[in-house]
Write a protein that binds this ligand. Structure first.
Ligand code: DUC
Ligand code: ZN
Ligand code: ZN
Ligand code: ZN
Length: 460
């Protein structure tokens, strides 16, 4: 048994002094003041520390085949890096290949994820439509613990679905009691703009944001919201990066529509100037979609998070090393889209959010863990601190600092987008189902210790 003594417990609701007792099978047994240590228990001194639910990152891409290559963090290295930053669960994406069934893909990704160090669940992408897709959605929801499906309105001729397919999938998800998630950018417009930029000789990373303007994220978000309304399906919009998309979500919520928005910390602090670096690789490293935008959008994202109109933070963790990025040296449309971030999400949000008084520490817990657990129906086990819940905890030191660097990070990638930034607020210890797996700089991540998280339908 593990007894965490003397800390301040922070939940999405309130902060209070209490000890936490964890059972050997990884559950929380008690949360109250002055718990007497049971015989043989290990005591963790949490004086001066905040004890919060472990982070849940609902948007990662470990070892994902994408744009002709595979993201460099696998399920072990990526989740281990997450533990070093206080994240104890992920929801990754099953992306079926052309011709592969949804169920077949889910089985393949289950196999890949067996090496995970943290618990993990899956959203399953719907990238085409036929009777088998509809059947598999039923199987996945009823028998496989999947309650969310992903749709790409971008990546034409690859992952993109048109409105008709998206609507069919939304309708099927509604019948099954599942949530639909969406990457909202207009893929037809992007494809057109990419071609015209290339024809005009704009081949470098500086053309990337020009090919994906803010307006077409707003347009796609509006369209996704309209389709979700028609089919009465809860909608979760991933990586909201614009004021337009944030407003569309807020308006839908004012109409009473269940629409949720996710924000990536990188969009809160970087702007489009990252693509102007004279050094090709320095700019190419930031190529992800949606791209970094002009700074004016950041106010809406922070406002959305602090007002509750945007509910979660994720990373879209999708690592590609320099060698992989270089495939796009002469053509920005071939640069694999994606940036690392799972290890730094919580520190970045704390440093720029809590320290700057943009959000409270309770909102920090809501935005890094609890809201995601509620939206994706894992809140009986995760995202809370209460008897019977999984003992997934982070002991947070709000006063310690660290300087982020690829030299010291645990992600399997040769750069860090936050290189050189010194943050105040660090994960001192991370506890995954009752075991200390990150201990003040020592990583004890265990390959294969992660369990698959079954998430029930909302119609059960
Ligand atoms: N955007 C990225 O940058 N990478 C993975 C997929 C996506 O939508
Ligand atoms: Zn129906
Ligand atoms: Zn995306
Ligand atoms: Zn993604």
């Amino acid at each position: 048994m593990l007894l965490i003594k003397g800390g301040t417990v922070v939940t999405s609701e309130r902060s209070f002094s209490a000890d936490i007792l964890c059972t050997t099978d990884g559950k929380i047994a008690a949360v109250r003041k002055d718990i007497e240590p049971p015989i043989g228990s290990e005591i963790v001194d949490a004086h001066g520390l905040l004890v919060m639910p472990g982070g849940i990152d609902p948007h990662t891409h470990m070892e994902m085949p994408f744009m002709g290559t595979t993201s460099s963090d696998d399920f072990y290295t990526g989740t281990a890096a997450g533990l070093a930053g206080g994240t104890t669960s992920i929801i990754d994406f099953v992306i079926p290949e052309v011709g592969q069934s949804l169920f077949g893909a889910w089985r393949e990704w289950r196999r890949k994820a067996e090496k995970s160090a943290t618990d993990y669940g899956f959203h399953v992408a719907v990238t085409h439509w036929d009777e088998k897709v509809s059947q598999d959605m039923g199987t996945l929801v009823r028998e496989c613990g999947v309650n969310s499906f992903k749709h790409f309105m971008a990546y034409k001729n690859a992952l993109m679905v048109n409105d008709e397919i998206f609507l069919k999938s939304l309708h099927r998800a509604s019948d099954l009691g599942a949530v639909c998630t969406v990457h909202a950018e207009n893929g037809d417009v992007i494809s057109f703009l990419q071609q015209s930029l290339l024809e005009r000789g704009s081949t470098g990373p500086e053309a990337h944001p020009l090919s994906r303007p803010d307006t077409i994220e707003g347009e796609a978000a509006q369209r996704a919201i309209a389709l979700a309304a028609i089919s009465h399906t809860p909608l979760y919009i991933v990586h909201v990066s614009t004021r337009q998309a944030a407003l569309a979500i807020a308006e839908a919520r004012l109409r009473g529509q269940p629409v949720y928005g996710e924000v990536l910390p990188q969009h809160l602090i970087f702007d489009e100037s990252v693509y102007q670096s004279p050094d090709w690789l320095s700019a190419a490293r930031y190529v992800m979609s949606p791209p970094f935008r002009d700074q004016s959008h950041q106010e809406a994202l922070w406002g959305g998070l602090s007002s509750g109109q945007l509910q979660t933070t994720a990373t879209d963790h999708c690592c590609f090393c320099a060698k992989q990025k270089e495939v796009g040296l002469n053509d920005f449309t071939k640069i694999p889209n994606g940036v690392p971030g799972i290890e730094d999400r919580m520190s970045i949000l704390w440093h720029y959010g809590v320290n700057q008084k943009k959000i409270t520490q309770e909102q920090f817990v809501a935005l890094t863990s609890t809201n995601t657990a509620r939206i994706f129906n894992l809140h009986t086990r995760k995202g809370i601190i209460g008897e019977g819940a999984d003992a997934d905890l982070v002991l947070w030191d709000p006063a310690s600092t660290r300087t982020i660097s690829a030299k010291t990070h645990h992600q399997n990638v040769d750069y860090n987008i936050y290189e050189g930034i010194t943050v105040t607020g660090v994960a001192k210890k991370t506890i995954s189902r009752g075991k200390i797996v990150w201990d003040d700089g020592v990583l004890r991540a265990e390959r294969g210790a992660g369990q698959y998280i079954e998430r029930a339908s909302f119609k059960a």
